[in-house]
Design a protein around this ligand. Structure first.
Ligand SMILES: [Zn+2]
Length: 461
């Protein structure tokens, strides 16, 4: 945000020039061109505004400074703007009081401050918390007209609870201030993104402003096709359509991945979220309708920003791959471990070299073993479903540092765990009845993904 000095007239010229240059450099922004504005109400304020190309409304985004103009010069500029509302936005800080919050919002309103100090809901929602977005509408005297804050509904465990948000509103009425706290549904809009891999998945998605939660989903969705820890190539490309969950038009967080294409080493991998009639939730399919869900997940550790830097390594004790009948995943102590497939817990307890260990029996005499755990979350005989958290990484037994020792056996014979997905086979194919409906979704998503890729090209110019 730039500040200008001088008379309102020269400031106006400077901003208009700046706006013209900005429009020239970014023709696509014409619709929300930065304009300037000026006016009114006995004082005059110098502000930045945006004007929708199709609208006769000017929305003031930020008051830069108030101008004390000699009476003779007023009004400096008369824009065809009907009642002016001034908006300002800030995020809460942990040491905020009602007074500091209002001050940062450019308001001087003793009655509003007094009301906010006495308002319990406002205290709980905004004071002592960081990062909550607060916006105000002010009247011409820097008085509070309306204050609105929005945040995601939290569950008791601190996670985002469901698809709702909280909205706290404080509004000036004829009888004084009134406040209201509401729980409202988030609206799922579609967002698109695309990225090219140069080093890692997260480096690419960071650069393309694709949320972490979307990157993690991509790694999970394609885990049966692509080993994101080891087989990404420079130049691999991805396009993705995902839910952008909004509160009153403001983006709050990302939701589910709706479709994606990932070109790895020249090969296209595709995913479309589709829910069969009668199914409890959707699953992912390729463009031509093959399910991506496999009997086994590729990895017992979820792919995260934390774990993506870690990898598979040689056994820390024997330093000998031949003597070692599994894979070691280096990961921090406490990293959750999940079962790679449906099954029953055959053993959960301590064995000499393995430390805390879990053995799970799957169909067709396939078993998986998880060793050196810091924590065991299941009991012998318990049924588990693919993806269930069963324990956490540790360093118990013969272990020199935190890691997960993971084994895969068929009829008691050790197999390479990296062949798990292939040996487990696929899952239910799409039913014939759902095919026509799926094909429509698939076609629509392909068009969207192609558009996502173009957006990337345009912004890279
Ligand atoms: Zn090991």
């Amino acid at each position: 945000m730039t500040h200008f000095q001088g008379t309102a007239q020269t400031a106006l010229q400077t901003v208009v020039q700046h706006a013209v240059q900005s429009i020239h450099r970014h023709p696509k922004r014409l619709a929300a061109a930065i304009a300037t504005l000026l006016l009114t109400m006995g004082g005059g304020a110098f502000a930045i505004a945006s004007i929708e190309s199709s609208s006769n409304q000017v929305v003031v985004r930020e008051i830069l400074e108030e101008l004390a103009l000699p009476q003779a010069q007023q009004p400096v500029l008369a824009l065809p703007v009907a009642p002016l509302t001034l908006f300002r936005t800030t995020t809460t800080r942990s040491n905020d009081t009602a007074d500091t919050l209002l001050k940062r919002l450019g308001l001087f309103d003793a009655s509003a401050a007094a009301y906010m100090r006495s308002n319990k809901e406002l205290h709980q929602a905004l004071l002592g918390r960081t990062g909550r977005l607060v916006s105000v509408e002010a009247n011409g005297n820097r008085g509070l007209q309306k204050l609105t804050a929005r945040w995601l509904t939290k569950a008791t465990d601190g996670q985002d609870a469901d698809n709702t948000f909280q909205r706290l509103t404080i509004a000036r009425t004829e009888l004084g201030f009134e406040s209201r706290l509401e729980t409202l549904p988030l609206v799922a809009m579609q967002a698109l993104g695309s990225a090219t891999i140069s080093s890692s998945l997260f480096a690419a998605t960071d650069e393309a402003s694709i949320p972490d939660a979307v990157a993690v989903q991509l790694a999970e969705i394609f885990s049966g096709q692509i080993d994101f820890r080891r087989s990404l190539r420079k130049g691999d490309r991805l396009s993705v359509i995902y839910e952008d969950l909004q509160a009153d038009g403001e983006s709050m967080r990302s939701g589910k991945v709706l479709s994606a294409e990932f070109v790895n080493n020249g090969k296209s991998n595709q995913a479309i979220l589709f829910q069969e009639a009668g199914a409890s939730r959707g699953s992912y399919y390729s463009f031509d309708g093959n399910s991506l869900r496999k009997a086994f997940l590729a990895s017992p550790l979820e792919f995260t920003r934390m774990s993506s830097g870690y990898g598979i390594r040689v056994h820390p004790i024997t330093k000998d791959k031949r003597a070692h009948k599994g894979i070691d995943y280096a990961a921090p102590t406490g990293t959750p471990i999940r079962t790679v497939g449906d099954g029953v817990v055959e053993f959960a307890g301590t064995q000499r070299g393995y430390g805390n260990v879990i053995e799970i029996k799957h169909r067709a005499d396939m078993t998986t073993v998880f060793a050196h755990l810091s924590r065991i979350d299941v009991k012998k005989g318990q049924k588990v479903t693919q993806g269930d958290k069963i324990g956490a990484v540790g360093s118990t037994g013969f272990s020199t540092g935190p890691h997960l020792h993971f084994e895969f056996r068929v009829d008691g014979e050790h197999r390479d765990p990296l062949t798990l997905v292939a040996e487990g086979g696929g899952a239910q194919p799409l039913s014939a009845a759902a095919k026509a409906s799926f094909d429509k979704t698939s076609l629509f998503m392909r068009v969207q993904l192609a558009q996502a890729a173009t957006v990337r090209l345009a912004s890279a110019e």
